[in-house]
Design a protein around this ligand. Structure first.
Ligand code: MD5
Ligand code: FE
Length: 204
């Protein structure tokens, strides 16, 4: 099913079946082996975010105390370029993004049972005409979104295998992850939730 939640926000529950989820989880484990998890930090304060992150693709999103929110071509600790986006992940973008160029960035967020992500907009990119594609794996979460910060009272439960496409006006919606719920804990060895966020960064 393809559920329109308004303003270009498309929700595809159970887009990935169990076999596809298992294959993607293995692809991501391979990326993490080459590009280990990082602890992102707030600009200036250095306060740690509760999620861990890594990336694949030409550009990876990161944040630390001194450099702030930005895209970098490689992993800050290994000095190597981010690993390529796995073909199975690119296939999801190709099938759903309705955009004639590949994504440049695939941010991989890991949430343990206590992690969350505060309300924010994704605006570190130069091209907002491309959608964001978000793939959920592992434990479920409560996802919150809205046009403005004060409107962000819409909540949906995202489960393993669900995909969101955030195009049009929804590209700049405020959004966040309120809570990890559990469930599907078999997919990821130590539990938790992984989200893949596919983005175009530069104008093609
Ligand atoms: C997550 N990640 O579940 C989410 C999925 C991030 C982030 O928010 O910045 O790493 S991406 C959800 C998203 C992106 C762009 C627009 C909207 C949602 N939206 O309008 O709701 O870890
Ligand atoms: Fe975001």
């Amino acid at each position: 099913g393809r559920i329109c939640l308004g303003s270009g926000l498309i929700y595809m529950p159970a887009y990935l079946d169990a076999a596809a989820q298992t294959a993607l989880a293995a692809d991501i484990a391979q990326v993490v082996a080459e590009a280990p998890w990082l602890q992102p930090r707030m600009p200036h304060s250095g306060h740690p975010l509760s999620v861990k992150m890594t990336n694949c693709g030409a550009l990876g999103w990161m944040s630390d105390r001194d450099g702030g929110y930005r895209y970098e071509a490689g992993h800050p600790d290994t000095g190597r370029p981010w690993p390529p986006v796995p073909p199975r992940v690119l296939n999801v973008w190709r099938a759903l993004a309705d955009y004639p160029h590949p994504p440049e960035a695939c941010l991989i967020n890991f949430y343990d049972c206590k992690a969350r992500m505060g309300l924010h907009q994704d605006r570190d990119e130069q091209d907002f005409s491309a959608p964001v594609v978000s793939i959920s794996l592992g434990e479920s979460c409560v996802f919150r979104y809205g046009v403005r910060r004060a409107d962000a009272t819409n909540r949906i439960e995202l489960r393993s295998g669900d995909v969101l496409v955030l195009g049009g006006a929804s590209r700049l919606f405020f959004h966040g992850v309120d809570k990890i719920l559990g469930g599907e804990s078999g997919l990821l060895p130590g539990g938790g939730r992984i989200n893949l966020t596919l983005r175009r960064v530069t104008r093609p």
